[in-house]
Design a protein. Sequence first.
Length: 226
Amino acid sequence: MVHQTMDQDDPLLATLPAVARLALVYAPASAREQTLALLALDARLATLIRRSNEPMLAQLRLAWWRESIGHDPAHWPEGEPILATLRSWGADHARATALVNAWEALTAPSPLAADAMLAFADGRGAAAAALAQVLGRSNEAEPARQLGRIWALEDLAMRLGREEERATAARLAAERPGKLPRVSRPLRPLRVLAGLARRRRRAGSEEGASSPAAMLEALKLGLLGL
C-alpha cells in the first residue's frame, strides 16, 4: 500500500490528468509541492494548446507564461496557484520555462514534423532534469531528463490528432531505451509517468494506463522502483 497522502482540497489537483494525479501519489512529502508545480504547469500548458485555434494566439499565451516564470517571484501576479506553487522551486524557478518551450514546439505547422516532436521531448526532459536539481538530486538529472523525454514521446504517440503524426511519434518513442532509468524516491513520479505512457501506447488505448494491471505497474514503478 502507498502511505503518502495528499491534500484533496488543493485546487491544482483537480487540474491534473488522472495519470498525473496517480504519479503524484508516489512523491514523498518533501518533493510533493515541487512535483505538483511541474505537473500543474504541464497540464495548464496542454490545455492552452488544445484550446487555441490559432498558433499565434497560443504563442502569445505561452509568452506570458515564459515571461512570468522568468521574472523575480516578487513580481508574480497574485491569485495564480501554479505560480504560487512554483515558489517551491526557489532560485531555480526560471528553469521551468523549459516546459513552456516544450509546448511551444507543438505550435509548429501541421502535420507536426519529427523535429518538433523531439523539441517537445527535449523541453519536457529539461524540465524533469530541473526538477531533479530543485529536489537536491542533481546527480540524477540525466536519468530524470531521459524519463521526461520518454514521457513526452509516448504521450504524443497517443495524443496527436493525425494518424501520421502518431505513427512518427510512436517510431521516435520506440527508439528510446527499452528499460526505464532508475531514480530515487523523490523522482519516482517521473518514472510512473513514463512507464504508464509507454504502457498506454503499447496497449493502444487509455486502458493501458488505467486498468488494474496498470495500477500494479504504477506501484512497482513508483513505490518499489522496479
